[in-house]
Design a protein around this ligand. Sequence first.
Ligand code: PRP
Ligand code: URA
Length: 230
Amino acid sequence: MPLHSKDKGVNMGSLRDAIVNDERVVIVDHPLVQHKLSILRDEATTTKHFRELVGELAIFEGYEATRDFPLEDIEIKTPLEKCTAKQVEGKKVAIIPILRAGLGMVDGLLQLVPTARVGHVGMYRDPETHEPHEYYCKFPQDIDKRTCLVVDPMLATGGSAILAIERLRKEGVKDIRLLVLVAAPEGIQAVLENDPNVKVYTCSVDTKLSDTAYILPGLGDAGDRIFGTK
Ligand code: PRP
Ligand code: URA
């Protein structure tokens, strides 16, 4: 059960501290990321600009989430001479956006890893219970052999990410990395409690969830802001 800030006895300050210090959580806080995130949060930001920023921030996160990819030596010839150079060692990657909002991060990540396959998990949160409901799922056939980058701008209660990660584990995926732009401490905690072997990348660990399970201060409804709905 995801933890809500309204639950009694939860000290949000110490939960947030614990999350920030957890080695499975990477906070991508480059100055340009923080600058772009502020514009993303601003309610005055247009749909076009919002969409562009989500794509740009996905590239920064992808840069960190692929930092440990192994390299191998190759022999090449520059216009001047032969030399030994590096290339990424046959790593198979799948990008798994959680629909809808995760779609906004796919193109940025494909710029970094153009050979990646893309699987989709369609989910919506029930407006009353905030429980996720799956309506679509399609993965590459060899998904179990791939490093999976699960992408969604928002990690609130964690319910949607948990369901997506469970689907991938059932397919036999071993290496799962969750890339979000804004996370509530409760959501990160829920994801890691449910699956201790996931690594979480976020640009910010925000303060807490609201009574309606929105991230505070957050940025509102990411899907609506990316696609200009509502
Ligand atoms: C949003 C968001 C996440 C989910 C996060 O999607 O993009 O998928 O909520 O909340 P959780 O951590 O509490 O599960 P939403 O269900 O609003 O669907 P949408 O992307 O189609 O707008
Ligand atoms: N989904 C969003 O898009 N935003 C939130 O703050 C929570 C869930």
